[in-house]
Ligand binder design. Structure first.
Ligand SMILES: C[S@@+](CC[C@H](N)C(=O)[O-])C[C@H]1O[C@@H](n2cnc3c(N)ncnc32)[C@H](O)[C@@H]1O
Length: 437
């Protein structure tokens, strides 16, 4: 087993161990309650709720009934007849889902293996399905996934992102498809498409996916989707600046099973110049907990680091932003020192964004929509840094909507044509494994 495989295996085992659920925790999540809220509803101490959650003691029948009523009430409102059915793979905290729910879709299945992301997801989405874990359990047997019209997948981007690739290079580790288990998750997605043949799919990844490995990675992906699966595939890189005060470029790959008039390249994207500025999502500085202000030591270190690199002629180091600016891309490592997006506080050392401000910078929270955060700051920063900007997805979803509706409208039965394309996608990782034994 390669180092990469071993590390991932360890992560899966840890995640599966932690993912052991009690009936209580499942109902609490379906009810969308934090531990504190569940304690208040059941009129017991937070400590008792903690013990129910862990399975250290069992709640009474009445407590279970109250919790079940709350869960049923929450999920009932989302049971109206949906415009279309979709599944949410590599769901993170549901950025793609929010976008496609905004055009009337109903999520039937979710896969996300990180326990902390599962918590945020469950807190924000009333569901009558529990969250599935490792996608590979499902790609082995895709029949476990319900039939759907649209497949959404923000498959992991570290194997392809500039930061991820340089780190793996520095450690002498394989990246892209060769980072087995991370890079090859695209093929698990493709296997699920091959089995279910949804009317359409939307995949999302970092912009760098297109140029990774001199374009070979991207052409493999497009080849599988187009030639093996028989889909009509288009892609486009879209930056988030028109919608949020952050420059975050992501590639969207859209595929339709049948020929479509949807033209991604011709889609008119609003101009970035008219987008919002950072001041629109910031809390007043005096209302922000002082813990978000950099310590003198960290601030000194970051300034020294930047100066060292400036002297060497490169631009590494912290970035400071004020209310009239648009920030750099928020990354999953923001929790470390916050250096990529520091907020200028006149007369004071800079501060990090709060998790609430990150929710707004990523468009999860807007004046019309609130988003619940029930995890530690570290986990919240990771989750937002990994996510997709919701208003960008809403924009893509609105553009696709008429073509999707047309694609799923009842019509002449074409199922025997493209549906029969392939049963098994070609996986370069497996081919390599068989070549190298
Ligand atoms: C780039 S993030 C997607 C974020 C998502 N689009 C959002 O808006 O929050 C990729 C996600 O895939 C999850 N993931 C990675 N490997 C997985 C696996 N084998 N099975 C299920 N989920 C996995 C990660 O935990 C991470 O949350």
């Amino acid at each position: 087993m390669s180092v990469c495989q071993k590390m991932t295996q360890k992560r899966i085992e840890e995640s599966m161990r932690k993912a052991k659920r009690t009936k209580f925790s499942g109902l609490r999540e379906r009810a969308g309650l934090t531990l504190e809220e569940a304690a208040a509803l059941l009129e017991v101490s937070p400590r008792s709720v903690y013990r129910y959650e862990e399975g250290a003691s069992a709640p009474g029948r009445l407590a279970i009934r109250v919790l079940k009523d709350a869960a049923d009430k929450r999920t009932a409102s989302s049971a109206d007849l949906p415009a279309f059915r979709f599944i949410d793979l590599f769901a993170g905290i549901g950025g793609l889902r929010l976008g496609f729910e905004s055009i009337g879709g109903r999520c039937l299945f979710t896969s996300e293996w990180d326990i902390h992301s599962q918590k945020t997801y469950a807190l924000n989405f009333p569901d009558n399905h529990s969250i599935g874990g490792d996608i590979r359990e499902y790609s082995k047997d895709p029949a476990l996934i319900p039939e759907h019209d649209l497949l959404l997948a923000g498959f992991p981007c570290q194997p392809f992102s500039i930061a991820g690739v340089s780190k793996k290079n520095a450690l002498g580790r394989p990246h892209g498809f060769l980072c087995d288990t991370q890079g090859t998750l695209f093929f698990d997605t493709a296997q699920i498409i091959a089995h279910h043949r949804p009317a359409a799919f939307v995949l999302e990844n970092v912009k760098n996916l297109e140029s990774h490995d001199k374009g070979r990675t991207f052409s493999t992906i497009i080849n599988v989707l187009t030639n093996e699966l028989g889909y009509h595939v288009q892609h486009r890189v879209i930056s988030s600046e028109p919608w949020v005060p952050q420059k975050r470029e992501r590639i969207f790959i859209v595929g339709f099973r049948e020929p479509t008039e949807f033209n991604f390249k011709a889609l008119k994207v609003p101009s970035p110049g008219n987008g919002p500025k950072l001041g629109s999502i910031l809390e007043p500085h005096d209302k922000v907990d002082p813990k978000y202000t950099l310590t003198p030591r960290l601030w000194e270190y970051l300034q020294g680091y930047k100066e060292k690199h400036r002297a060497a002629g490169n631009g590494f180091g912290f970035s400071l932003f004020g209310p009239d600016d648009v920030t750099r891309t928020l990354s999953a490592r923001y929790y470390k020192d916050g250096s990529e997006v520091l907020v200028d506080q006149p007369g004071k050392r800079p501060r990090r964004l709060t998790p609430r401000e990150c929710a707004r910078l990523m468009g999860f929270e807007t004046p019309e929509r609130s988003f619940r955060i029930g995890v530690s700051d570290t986990q919240a920063y990771r989750q937002f840094g990994n996510a997709v900007v919701v208003p960008v997805v809403e924009f893509v979803a609105k553009a696709i909507r008429p073509y999707l509706e047309k694609a799923i409208a009842p019509g002449p039965d074409v199922a025997d044509g493209p549906r029969a394309a392939v049963a098994q996608v070609t996986r370069p990782d497996r081919l390599m494994a068989s070549v190298h034994g």
